[in-house]
Design a protein around this ligand. Structure first.
Ligand code: HEM
Length: 509
């Protein structure tokens, strides 16, 4: 009894103490946030009011899925520097690119990137690594594989997948079904990357459907990066919770890649000479491993294969769909483009053959259309966040203390009227062909593939794929929106993906 009584006494004492804590902790948190907002030397910089005190403003707006538009509006309202979180600023200034992203700069990727990789801080990949020395060592190991010279030796795979996509679209033209362009572009992009990397299509084009829940899993991954990245200290816990979600998801991707690697290793019985005869990425990666097993481990082989497969489909399909969308909306551009393609095709020995990369590269208007589509709708839709290095840095004439996070959102950059002209919001490929000076000024602020030492390693893969696929679509088919009044809807979860880009396809009249 006595013991019971004591307990009751303890509990009644504890309650008010707990109550005080419940009030005190949030109060201290508020005081600390207000103090931090007032104490920063950047307090006069503009931005949404709540973003001064909490990252929740940024999280709420990213979660809504249209941050690229919000970000453009913020700069229209507040000017070239806008606060988007207590210690984070979005920048719109072409001169800032060299300072923040230029080769040799000491700016590092921000904590946001931690949530895009493994929660285990000892596991790194090219995209997420925030250690510049280690990143550049690892990038150097594989850079040659992504050079255009190497990739051109894989052009046969790209031709094969383009042929497959064309035959699918011939089928759609016959049956007259509505086609979700972004989805089919993603099936194609997955199968090309499968061929380039493993000499095998994943089966997306064949089946016309997601394989193994991969697309769903990538979507969850992207939602995670975009949102959890803002509170990346929660990354390990949220990752654990996500593992409880049903479906094979990312494990399908990992298992598929692992199986392909194991099959190839078994087939060649570890003898790298047998695999030298092939020329896909895996063959080359296994050869690099055989030549220097300590320097290029099997984990490096797996990492590079996974990078291709994980990063190569959303980006390429969004970009390809964007170009197609703007072409459908601009019949005059299509007319001009077709004239260029037809003239090139007339020089081919066999008009039905898929256009070669060299032919595509010699079509300036085609290249301008690709560039303009990538400008109007770049794949990434959040600021590419970097940490100001020791000693601080001056950006837009303003000193930022070390540790501040700054970034340029590609959507903001590409809508800058002082760089791209008063008609920056119009799809007009001609702007890239008007004068070399103008083109190089725009090039400086063209960030579809990022910038500097962390620029996209897969850029050449995508340009090779798109340069061959786009002219085939344009020269063989007529496209129109299934609903002529359709307003394009997108969702921004790091990548700005089209949601309702549904088209009708007909054989070219
Ligand atoms: C049109 C297609 C593509 C677009 C628009 C695109 C866009 C980008 C952008 C903007 C970055 C910089 C990100 C940052 O600074 O945070 C980037 C980096 C990267 N991309 Fe791509 N990408 C595309 C295709 C690919 C492909 C096909 C691959 C597959 C190999 C790939 C792999 C990577 C990797 C590994 C990085 C990180 C590079 C590094 O930090 O060293 N991308 N990409």
């Amino acid at each position: 009894m006595g013991v019971l009584n004591t307990n009751r006494l303890d509990a009644s004492n504890a309650l008010p103490a707990l109550g005080s804590l419940v009030i005190l902790v949030p109060l201290l948190a508020i005081i600390w946030r207000v103090w931090r907002a007032l104490a920063t030397p950047l307090r006069d910089l503009p931005g949404p009011f709540t973003a001064r005190f909490t990252r929740l403003w940024y999280l709420k707006n990213v979660w809504r899925g249209d941050f690229e538009k919000v970000n453009v509006r913020l700069h229209q309202r507040y000017g070239p520097i806008v606060r988007i979180a207590p210690n984070e600023y979005s920048i719109d200034d072409a001169d800032a690119i060299k300072i923040i992203y230029g080769h040799g700069t000491s700016f590092t990727k921000s904590e946001w990137y931690y949530a895009a990789g493994s929660p285990n801080k000892n596991v790194h990949n090219l995209f997420t690594d925030r250690n510049p020395k280690r990143h550049s060592e690892n990038r150097r190991k594989v850079a040659n594989l992504y050079s255009m010279t190497t990739l051109l030796s894989l052009e046969g795979f790209v031709t094969e997948a383009a042929g497959h996509m064309v035959s699918k679209f011939e089928g759609f033209a016959k049956t007259g079904v509505n086609v979700n362009m972004q989805e089919w572009a993603q099936y194609w992009a997955f199968d090309v990357i499968g061929l380039i990397t493993l000499a095998k299509e994943f089966g997306f084009l064949d089946k016309g459907a997601d394989q193994g829940g991969l697309l769903g899993a990538l979507h969850v991954y992207l939602l995670h990066c975009a949102n959890v990245g803002i509170y990346s200290e929660w990354h390990p816990l949220v990752t654990k919770l996500e593992q409880l979600l049903p479906g094979p998801g990312m494990s399908y991707l990992i298992n598929f890649t692992q199986t392909q690697i194991a099959e190839r290793v078994n087939a060649t019985k570890g003898d790298s000479r047998a695999s030298i005869t092939g020329n896909d990425f895996l063959t080359r990666l296994l050869k690099m491993h055989a030549d220097a097993p300590d320097k290029f481990t099997m984990a490096d082989v797996m990492g590079a294969a996974l990078t291709n497969i994980g990063a190569g489909s959303d980006t390429t399909s969004i970009s390809f769909s964007a170009i197609m969308y703007y072409l459908i909306k601009a019949p005059n551009v299509v007319k001009k483009l077709r004239a260029e393609i037809d003239a090139k095709v007339a020089e081919k020995a066999n008009a039905d053959d898929i256009i070669t990369f060299s032919e595509a590269n010699n079509m300036p208007y085609l290249q301008a259309c690709i560039k303009e589509g990538l400008r109007m709708h770049p794949a990434t839709g959040l600021p590419l966040a970097r940490v100001v290095p020791n000693g601080g840095a001056t950006i837009c004439g303003r000193h930022f203390p070390e540790g501040t996070v700054v970034g340029v959102n590609t959507w903001v950059a590409h809508q800058n009227k002082s760089v791209f002209g008063q008609d920056a919001d119009v799809f007009r490929p001609e702007r890239w062909l008007e004068s070399p000076e103008k083109a190089s000024a725009m090039e400086r602020y063209f960030m579809a593939f990022g910038s500097g030492s962390r620029t996209c390693i897969g850029k050449n893969i995508s340009l090779l794929e798109i340069s061959k696929m786009l002219p085939e679509m344009v020269r063989r088919f007529d496209f129109e929106l299934a609903d002529p009044d359709m307003q394009l809807e997108t969702h921004n979860a790091w990548f700005v993906k089209q949601k309702n880009f549904i088209v009708k396809v007909a054989k070219r009249a």
